[in-house]
Design a protein around this ligand. Structure first.
Ligand SMILES: Nc1ncnc2c1ncn2[C@@H]1O[C@H](COP(=O)(O)OP(=O)(O)OP(=O)(O)O)[C@@H](O)[C@H]1O
Ligand SMILES: [Mg+2]
Length: 348
């Protein structure tokens, strides 16, 4: 069963603006799902509907099998939420805010304070447990909000940009915590603009643009599909250029360059003689030696074996390879491609 299912889920705000447009979205149980999208895409609005903070205008959504409109109490009991804007009571302390959340969710009294203190230790905010939330720094508020939303160990946890403003160490602690919670069977829905975070943590990624789901796959699946789409686009464009005999050759070269796989190697024996031999390879479109000694290669083939063939060739020429990296499309490339074609009227 899916943890979350939406069908034609729609939110039209009072000003007749369609923030979420007939969204069909399934999030498998026990997965980490990344929700990406440009500012104003409708991510927070979707999360607010799924967490029963606002009513959908039309369509359905179930969370843990419960309908958000018919059974909001059951839905609320299942979920935890770290909102984009911290929503704790400013005049209460970190401890008091967490205790209030724990009591609301019926956490047993004899476990309550020790659970809170364990979580505080985990995200390193225990030192400020008796400070009022209004007096905390941005990152400290974020940590306090995390403790309060995790204290009842929710089955389904919504995190709306949870690592914004966190220092790198705390960020890593939170990533570990997300993984641990997921290993224990919790479903996590993570909204983030940090592509590295999403790529590294998430099992599935959905990209939302102007209230519509424009892409949904595993992070690797999305990157592979971009490579595939580029390949088709470029092959088509090359076909057109061949048909138009008066096309300048430079545009053909530009397109071919775009389609090439890029790779960079560092050789122990980085001398002119071996580089000259590599330059003669028929598998390579270009060979450039950077100032730091890296040899940047563009591989003249889409073949899955191309990288391996080039490496084998360099080794057979006597090259001693000490480091390699290949450049593949990133999740950021997928994001930019999937969200670039937007009608400006849809964003107003
Ligand atoms: N209460 C509201 N009344 C009217 N319009 C709203 C309201 N809340 C949000 N919107 C509009 O709905 C759209 C979606 O907003 P939402 O907060 O869901 O975006 P988001 O994807 O979370 O963006 P971000 O990445 O900036 O957090 C925006 O254009 C916003 O202006
Ligand atoms: Mg948002």
């Amino acid at each position: 069963m899916n943890a979350i299912e939406t069908k034609n889920l729609t939110k039209i705000y009072n000003n007749n603006f369609i923030a979420v447009n007939s969204l069909d979205l399934d999030i498998p149980k026990k997965s980490i799902f990344g929700m990406l999208g440009p500012n104003g895409a409708g991510k927070t609005t979707t999360i607010k509907m799924l967490t029963c903070l606002i009513q959908p205008t039309s369509g359905q959504a179930t969370v843990g099998g419960y309908d958000v409109q018919k059974n909001p109490d059951e839905v609320r009991r299942l979920l935890g939420m770290v909102p984009q804007q911290v929503s704790l009571y400013k005049d209460l302390t970190v401890m008091e805010n967490s205790q209030m959340c724990a009591d609301y969710y019926g956490v047993p009294q004899d476990e309550r304070d020790s659970r809170i203190e364990d979580l505080m230790e985990l995200v390193d905010i225990k030192y400020a447990k008796d400070k009022r939330v209004g007096q905390l720094s941005g990152g400290q508020k974020q940590k306090a909000s995390l403790v309060a939303s995790l204290v009842h160990r929710p089955d389904i946890l919504f995190l709306d940009e949870p690592t914004i403003g966190l220092d790198p160490t705390t960020k890593r602690t939170l990533w570990d915590l997300i993984r641990e919670l997921n290993d224990d069977g919790h479903t996590i829905i993570l909204c983030s603009h940090d592509m590295h975070e999403v790529d590294m943590l998430c099992d599935y990624v959905g990209i939302i643009n102007t209230g519509n789901l424009v892409a949904y796959d595993t992070p690797q699946g999305l990157k592979d599909s971009l490579l595939e789409a580029n390949r088709h686009e470029i092959t088509d464009a090359l076909g057109k250029i061949s048909e138009e005999s008066d096309s300048p050759t430079s545009s053909r070269d530009d397109l071919e360059d775009l389609s090439l796989k890029k790779m960079s190697v560092l050789l122990k024996n980085n001398d002119e003689r071996i580089i000259e031999k590599i330059r003669q390879s028929t598998n390579l479109k270009s060979v450039e030696v950077a100032r730091n000694g890296r040899i940047n290669l563009r591989i003249d083939s889409f073949d899955d074996m191309a990288v391996q063939n080039v490496l084998a060739e360099i080794m057979s020429l006597g090259g001693i390879i000490t480091s390699i990296y290949t450049e593949e499309p990133s999740l950021e490339d997928v994001f930019i491609k999937s969200t670039s074609e937007v009608n400006e009227d849809d964003r107003a």
